[in-house]
Ligand binder design. Structure first.
Ligand code: ADE
Ligand code: ZN
Length: 319
């Protein structure tokens, strides 16, 4: 029997499918600039990370109530379970909602309701990671952390995402230090579009336990040696990398090179509604494009459980 999967790099707002966007727009009476579903779907052609982020943030306008966030997360847990996921650590972007006037409490109560029910309903244990928008001021990230702590919510960790180039990890040293002091796990997107230097910074200045993406580490042999030596997990997202033109084609994806180098790599869907699918679709793409074998899939599945923040008991159940 094959090892089940943990998904460690998935933005819940990136699982907002076009059909749900239109349904929520109607429910919440939000006017969208799309004629219909086909018109909306025609916008899903990206040239780089920013071209995706523009659509990703625009579509969040339909997420307004606690119920919206609960519906969104339940839809993901159902689909993830069908993909073979048994544990999921999901990102959400508090600032993307609070700047639009949606209270953090509504976001957390909605996501929290779905998270609490997901193990019983779908067999998926789950946790939330609040991700800082790195293209916004560091002081705002600090305020977000203060509010999370004040609300005393079941958030497991702090992450760092959004437009990478020009927004190095060094901008967020203080907020990550405080997050760790509060007992939160920490992770950061680094080395997706940004240089290997940002991965060094995430490790040395932010003290993160995992690197999200990290594919550009291959440009720096000393960094690869460090990541292998410390077995720092890299949450790689193959379909995302192709759709955002981090790599040209799946056949050229460096996943096997990374595995063969001894890096602790996992496979994830990033923003499944935008990049052509969920984690099973990513494995299908790797099989078709790279000839990924069953043995390699098994290594990647075991890596995903090892790299998760699940309890030792849950890890034993899954491995
Ligand atoms: N937010 C959602 N998806 C992202 C990605 N792939 N990189 C950076 N920020 C993101
Ligand atoms: Zn991501």
């Amino acid at each position: 029997m094959s090892t089940p999967l943990a998904e460690l790099h998935m933005h819940i707002e990136g699982s907002l499918e076009p059909e749900l966007i239109l349904a929520l727009a109607e429910r919440n009476r939000v006017a969208l600039p799309y004629r219909d579903l086909d018109d909306l779907r025609s916008r899903y052609e990206f040239t780089d990370l920013q071209s995706f982020l523009d659509l990703y943030f625009a579509n969040m306008a339909v997420l307004r109530t606690e119920q919206d966030f609960a519906d969104l997360a339940r839809a993901y847990f159902a689909r993830a379970a069908a993909a073979g996921v048994r544990h999921a650590e999901i990102f959400f972007n508090p600032q993307a909602h609070t700047v639009r006037g949606v209270p953090l409490r509504a976001v957390l109560d909605g996501l929290g309701e779905a998270v609490r029910g997901s193990e019983a309903e779908f067999g998926v244990s789950t946790a939330l990671i609040a991700a800082v928008l790195r293209d916004r001021p560091a002081a705002e990230a600090g305020e977000m952390l203060d509010e999370l702590v004040r609300l005393d919510v079941p958030v497991l960790g702090l992450g760092l995402d959004s437009a990478e180039v020009g927004n190095p990890p060094s901008k967020f040293v203080e907020v990550f230090e405080r997050a760790r002091a509060h007992g939160l796990h920490t992770v950061a997107h680094a080395g997706e579009e940004g240089p290997p230097e940002y991965i060094w910074q995430a490790l040395d200045l932010l003290g993160v336990e995992r690197i999200d993406h990290g594919v550009r580490c291959l440009e720096d042999p000393a960094l690869v040696a460090r990541l292998v030596d410390e077995q720092v997990p890299l949450t790689v997202c193959p379909l995302s990398n192709v759709r955002l033109r981090v790599v040209d084609t799946m056949a050229e994806h460096p996943l096997r090179t990374m595995l063969d180098a001894g890096l602790l790599v996992t496979v994830n869907s990033d923003d499944p509604a935008y990049f052509g699918g969920y984690v099973d679709d990513n494995f299908a793409g790797l099989r078709a494009g790279l000839g990924l074998t069953d043995e390699e899939r098994e290594v990647l599945a075991r890596n995903s459980i090892r790299a998760s923040f699940a309890s030792a008991e849950r890890k034993r159940e899954l491995l």
